[in-house]
Design a protein around this ligand. Structure first.
Ligand code: EPU
Length: 303
């Protein structure tokens, strides 16, 4: 999407929104897949209601992109302007057992920053790539930890109502890789409550999780983490592996040799390659096991 309405561009300047035309989104996603679009970087959360009003009145469709580590974007010129939150400094603040984090903050850095203040509980999340906001949206989890457990308050821009709200923890439903946030909600900041734990103990937990992850996941390849959610009581990775699909590829998209639920961009994969691989593997699992796998990766469709 190329914004060519000069009123909109002037409005962006007035709201302090940084305007970057024609940005390659492949550079902003961990799969390194995605076409180009105008990128709007939000420095002041309070500007969101007016920004969205401006875009909607001018008929400019938009989508919000977090850290780009769990999404599959289409190729070519994207039909939306892309909104992203600027990283602010400081983006993490602590007081007692409470932590306030900006949603643009890096999740791993939040875990280690809190650890240094003897605040633990999130060790399992250490190798999960992406931002705090992205982790919140999908209730990211690993090694028995899910971020939702610690959430006490979330500042959010509600897309449908067009306004900013603060939600209390109990008002949000956190399930396995799913939350009650609406698709057009934009998470801005969060307050977490973390248990006190000695730094050395947290560090030990972090090391164990890192070792486990390194031994079972393709960390140095371009991926979006696990492609499918695990079905109740089952393992998507084990089923795909049992089908002998490790290394199976369509175009440049390949099922990882290391972990079968990671699909990697092995050689200039397009979104079409990745989608074809996802659908093909899903069909094979359905035919063999009678299980319909649901994607964990968020696929942006041009509808
Ligand atoms: N397995 C295989 N072959 C494979 C992969 C896995 O046989 O290629 C087997 C393993 O041997 C194990 C079982 O499947 O017996 C489960 O595998 P693993 O321990 O790797 O966990 P997972 O269920 O595949 C989940 C999360 C990961 C998270 C790990 C560690 C989902 C979809 N995945 O993976 O999260 O890091 O547990 O807690 O819930 C993600 O969400 O993107 C992600 C990577």
């Amino acid at each position: 999407m190329h914004i060519n309405d000069s009123n909109v561009i002037a409005g962006l300047g007035r709201l302090g929104v940084e305007y970057k035309p024609g940005v390659s989104m492949a550079e902003r996603t961990s799969l390194e897949i995605g076409g180009t679009s105008d990128l709007l970087i939000i420095h002041n959360h309070e500007s969101l209601p007016e920004l969205v009003h401006l875009l909607k009145s001018a008929g400019v469709p938009y989508r919000f992109l977090g850290g780009g580590s769990n999404v599959l974007l289409p190729d070519g010129e994207l039909p939306w302007a892309i909104l992203q939150l600027a990283r602010r400094d400081p983006d993490i603040r602590m007081e007692g057992n409470s932590v306030w984090a900006d949603c643009a903050a890096d999740l791993g850095r939040m875990v280690t920053t809190c650890a240094k203040q003897n605040l633990g509980g999130m060790e399992g999340l250490i190798g999960v790539p992406g931002t705090v906001g992205g982790a919140l949206r999908m209730n990211a989890g690993a090694y028995g930890t899910q971020i939702g457990t610690f959430v006490r308050e979330v500042r959010v821009f509600r897309g449908a109502a067009g306004r900013l709200e603060t939600l209390r923890g109990p008002e949000i439903n956190f399930e396995y890789r799913h939350t009650s946030f609406a698709p057009d909600d934009i998470m801005l900041s969060v307050r977490l409550e973390l248990p006190s734990k000695p730094y050395s103990e947290i560090l030990q937990g972090i090391r164990i999780c890192n070792d486990n992850r390194r031994s079972s996941q393709p960390l140095n390849q371009k991926s979006a983490g696990c492609i499918f959610k695990n079905p109740p009581g089952g393992s998507a990775g084990r089923m795909i592996d049992e089908l002998g699909l490790k290394g199976y590829s369509i175009g440049g998209a390949r099922v990882s040799d290391r972990h079968a639920n990671f699909f990697v961009n092995a050689d200039h994969a397009t979104a079409a390659d990745m989608l074809a691989l996802i659908n093909d593997v899903r069909r094979r699992v359905r035919e063999r096991y009678g299980v319909e796998l649901e994607e964990e990766v968020i696929i942006w469709k041009e509808t």
